[in-house]
Design a binder for this molecule. Structure first.
Ligand code: P6P
Length: 338
């Protein structure tokens, strides 16, 4: 069959070797994510039409106003996974604690845990800008058949078996990796099918787009201030273009396609950074590295950070490898000049 007519389901079957270590569980996880993504996509694209936008009035664990669609998306992904009993545990940005999935039999014989940000960038919903779902899958380290433990979730990003994002934009695109490259699928909403639209995605080694919230400039560390001035200097292929949507999935997706670097540094407002290591930075790092790019905390590889808390944050620089290298050069130079 011609590659560009492949549906996501056919692609998974054709590439079953990627799921060789699973008895079909990983494929079933992707089928559940595919279903939940369609349901959330429908709701997101109707958000302006029905009264489900606007804050619920509660705040999530991050202290952010919880949008109704945040709550809805969280419930859709959790219920879709729990009903199929294909994971033994779930961690979500919207839940303080991880969720233990009780199997129908004693304990739970499923091998995988899933971590997610069910609707990242949700502050963009009210202004009809793109938002995304970000997910990461690990094999559990605790004994199969016993209740899942916190250690199953606190694994370094290098242990991920799969990661992906769903981008709810002008179209709905699901991009994922299982460590065998990166592929993107676009939803045809008329028939509810994802088709292979971005085969073997590769990020350019260099780029001329930088993505950062420049409103925080005064709070940035010296090295990042110097890098941003470097981007804005009239020299060689610069000044670069500044593009920032304020939603991780579309900002990363654009940079994979066009080349670029995304920056979320520490600041006096966010001394550890804002983005969460487990369900934002690690999955995006896995995807971008698999596409030939790089993801760093300014000094070392994001995926080698050993997590200590479920909702821990970290500085995040991710994109074209030459651009991330340049960010690290400026961060090191600033450190050495202290
Ligand atoms: P700021 C959304 O809240 C998010 O986690 C990412 O999706 C996005 O890139 C970033 O935070 C935006 O943060 O502080 O620039 O609004």
């Amino acid at each position: 069959m011609k590659e560009n007519n492949l549906t996501l389901g056919e692609f998974i079957i054709e590439n079953q070797k990627e799921f060789q270590y699973s008895s079909g569980e990983l494929s079933r996880i992707f089928n559940s994510i595919k279903l939940a993504a369609k349901v959330v996509s429908y709701k997101v694209n109707k958000a302006g039409l029905v009264d489900i936008i606007g804050g619920v009035g509660e705040k999530n664990v991050q202290g952010e106003d919880q949008q109704k669609l945040d709550v809805y998306a969280n419930e859709v992904f959790i219920q879709t996974l729990i009903n199929r009993e294909i994971v033994c545990g779930i961690a979500s940005e919207e839940n303080d604690e991880y969720i233990t999935v009780q199997g129908s039999d004693e304990g739970n014989n499923n091998k995988y845990v899933l971590l997610m940000d069910p609707l990242d960038g949700s502050s963009n919903i009210d202004v009809n800008a793109s938002v995304g779902t970000i997910f990461s899958v690990y094999r559990r380290i605790s004994e199969v058949g016993t209740p899942v433990t916190l250690e199953d979730f606190l694994q370094p990003g290098t242990a991920q078996v799969a990661a992906g994002y769903v981008l709810y934009g002008t179209s709905t695109v699901l991009v994922y990796t299982t460590g065998h490259g990166v592929n993107g699928f676009t939803l045809n909403p008329a028939i509810g099918t994802f088709y292979l639209s971005h085969p073997k995605m590769k990020i350019p080694v260099d780029g001329t787009i930088y993505s950062v919230n420049e409103g925080n400039y005064v709070h940035f560390p010296r090295g990042i201030k110097d890098y941003i001035k470097y981007c804005q200097t009239e020299e060689e292929d610069r000044p670069y273009t500044s593009r920032y949507i304020g939603s991780l999935a579309p900002d990363i997706h654009r940079n994979i396609i066009k080349g670029g670097v995304y920056l979320y540094p520490t600041s006096t407002k966010s001394p550890k950074g804002k983005l969460r290591l487990l369900y934002e930075c690690n999955p995006m790092a896995f995807i971008v590295e698999q596409a030939g790019g790089k993801a760093s905390d300014g000094f070392s590889r994001i995926m080698e950070i050993v997590p200590t808390e479920l909702h821990e944050r970290c500085p995040f620089f991710c994109g074209s490898s030459n651009m991330v290298d340049k960010v690290e050069d400026f961060m090191l130079a600033a450190k050495l000049s202290k």
